[in-house]
Design a protein around this ligand. Structure first.
Ligand code: PRP
Length: 202
């Protein structure tokens, strides 16, 4: 995500040189602009926002939905676009009557999907490389995100259903938006100006 978002921030006039030369540093105070950059893992971004440790976050909508984020989502950055899918080995039968075991990093999204289908499933939470679950017999199928489809293909897994699209969003802490409205809307407007042409070209 960092690789896709930095060019956008730079196009919006935000100096990201410190982040580009970051090495192992995780936090940077801009010398030229009123921003401090924090590099956090996606699942932690909502925590930083909700606890007020960051004012603005850039994070995938997969995480916002799974974490039931209550912060303000102000902009779809139109990058990091991927899909939630139900996938498994070629012999998987989605219509089979037995109670299925589903491996996923996203238990809430998975539960909602199967609830909509009226199916009671067992969900196993997996932290990474979810594709291993059906390949090892740990689960009957997985719910995961796919971008290029390469990981599924290279592991002989196929897609059985598409759940919902995912993209990168700009999210704002509610209190920060009240207290620093001008600065935050200035940032959002600048980003919207570089995101919008791409959106309208679709
Ligand atoms: C995601 C997802 C797949 C992979 C799919 O993992 O869980 O494993 O990307 O991408 P593709 O369709 O382009 O092959 P991620 O790279 O986020 O790593 P993780 O498993 O450590 O979360």
């Amino acid at each position: 995500m960092e690789q896709q978002v930095l060019p956008l921030l730079e196009a919006a006039g935000i100096d990201c040189e410190l982040v580009r030369n970051k090495q192992r540093r995780l936090i940077f105070d801009s010398t030229t602009q009123p921003y401090e950059f924090i590099l956090a893992k996606g699942p932690d971004v909502t925590t930083f926002l909700e606890r007020g440790a960051a004012d603005v976050g850039i994070v995938g909508s997969d995480i916002l939905v799974e974490h039931q984020s209550t912060q303000y989502e102000l902009l779809d950055l139109g990058v990091g676009e991927c899909q939630f899918v139900l996938a498994s080995t070629p012999d998987f039968d989605p219509q089979a009557p037995q109670r299925k075991i589903i491996g996923t990093k996203y238990p809430l999204i998975t539960k909602r999907y199967f609830d909509r289908l009226g199916q009671d499933v067992e969900i196993i939470k997996i932290e990474g490389s979810v594709e291993l679950a059906p390949l090892t017999g740990l689960a009957d199928a997985i719910v995961d995100i796919t971008e290029t489809g390469t990981t599924l293909r290279e592991n002989n897994l196929q897609i059985y259903d598409y759940l919902q699209p995912v993209s990168t969003r700009l999210v704002v802490n509610r209190l920060a938006l009240k207290q620093q409205q001008t600065a935050i809307y200035d940032l959002v407007d600048r980003l919207a100006a570089v995101v919008a042409p791409k959106e309208s070209a679709k």
